[in-house]
Design a protein around this ligand. Structure first.
Ligand SMILES: C[S@@+](CC[C@H](N)C(=O)[O-])C[C@H]1O[C@@H](n2cnc3c(N)ncnc32)[C@H](O)[C@@H]1O
Length: 300
């Protein structure tokens, strides 16, 4: 399988939801380790059979590479429903987003909370899939920091974002993504990453961008990360990658934080760890940004 050349890619295929851990700003670093884009390193294969992204989130690398054959996954069912609706129902989705935009322009914050709190009502379960997808995109554009966060009852609880002019509908991008997902063999799954094992082809290229191991608080680590992805899960992911390399000759790239735990996990002979610098909003004061090290791990 070949990744299309830049001339054959659609430049309008881009992430349209803001997602925690989005990889757009690190793409230039990741490119250095992508098969076909890198022809020099002895560790990076020249080609691959299938692209696989087990933690899809905002889909930055999928949309950047636009492979024709991909297996992509996220455990978040609302997010996967968004991609399915963009693929199958783009026109209806855009019409529904336009309704949201009109209402939002009338009352702003009040409308945001009306839409956000719909999942507290019984009628929420009767909402169509396309309405649910439009709701997630609308909330993503208007909530604080585009953060998808639910409470223990599964209710969306991120507060209002106070944006002056949120870009609620990016029609060009939604139509381009819809066309890409329709025209290619892109399998969208919603499960725990380990469940993908059987569907991953021999010699696949797997890019894993899991919830990161927390940088602070590791000294008193209790086994649970704030984002629900535990240190055990990080270990399961390393084992999963190792099995894919050993059993299926896959090539893997893993993004994570540059912590002692992650460096130890991937210290085996099959992996190489590169330290890269990422611009992250690590300060609670909005606008104050800093460079923090991240790990880019390749395995083959
Ligand atoms: C760091 S984000 C991925 C960011 C993405 N690469 C981007 O550019 O936007 C991690 C994603 O992993 C998903 N996730 C968490 N636990 C998972 C699991 N056990 N299996 C599969 N996906 C999981 C989350 O829902 C989240 O969307």
């Amino acid at each position: 399988m070949a990744i299309p050349t830049d001339n054959n890619k659609n430049p309008n295929v881009n992430p349209f939801v803001k997602w925690a851990g989005g990889k757009r700003q690190l793409l230039h670093e990741i490119h250095k380790y992508v098969p076909q884009l890198n022809s020099r390193s002895k560790y990076v294969p020249k080609s691959f059979s299938q692209y696989c992204e087990p933690f899809l989130g905002g889909a930055a690398l999928l949309f950047d590479l636009q492979p024709p054959d991909a297996l992509v996954n996220d455990i978040n069912p609302e997010l996967i429903n968004v991609y399915e609706q963009v693929r199958d129902n783009a026109d209806k989705l855009i019409r529904t987003l336009k309704q949201h935009k009109r209402e939002y322009e009338k009352t702003g914050e009040e409308y945001f909370y009306t839409v956000r709190n719909r999942d507290r009502l019984r009628s929420f379960n009767r909402l169509s899939k396309v309405s649910r997808a439009a709701r997630l995109i609308f909330l993503n554009k208007t909530c604080y920091n585009g953060l998808f966060r639910v409470n223990s009852r599964g209710e969306f609880n991120t507060p209002y974002g106070r944006y002056k002019n949120p870009n609620i509908i990016n029609e060009k991008t939604l139509l381009a993504v819809s066309a890409y997902l329709q025209a290619n063999n892109i399998s969208l799954q919603c499960t725990d990453f380990v469940e993908l094992g059987k569907q991953i082809k021999k010699k696949a290229f797997v890019y894993a961008d899991p919830p990161y191991h927390p940088v602070s608080g590791t000294a008193s680590f209790t086994g649970y990360a704030k984002n629900g992805f535990t240190e055990d899960d990080q270990g399961r992911l390393r084992d999963f990658c190792e099995r894919l390399i050993v059993d299926k000759s896959c090539y893997v790239i893993v993004s994570n934080s540059f912590t002692d735990c992650i460096r130890k996990l991937y210290s085996g002979p099959r992996f190489r760890i590169k330290k890269i610098n990422a611009n992250r909003n690590i300060n609670s004061v909005a606008g104050k940004r800093g460079k923090i090290p991240e790990a880019l791990i390749t395995g083959s």
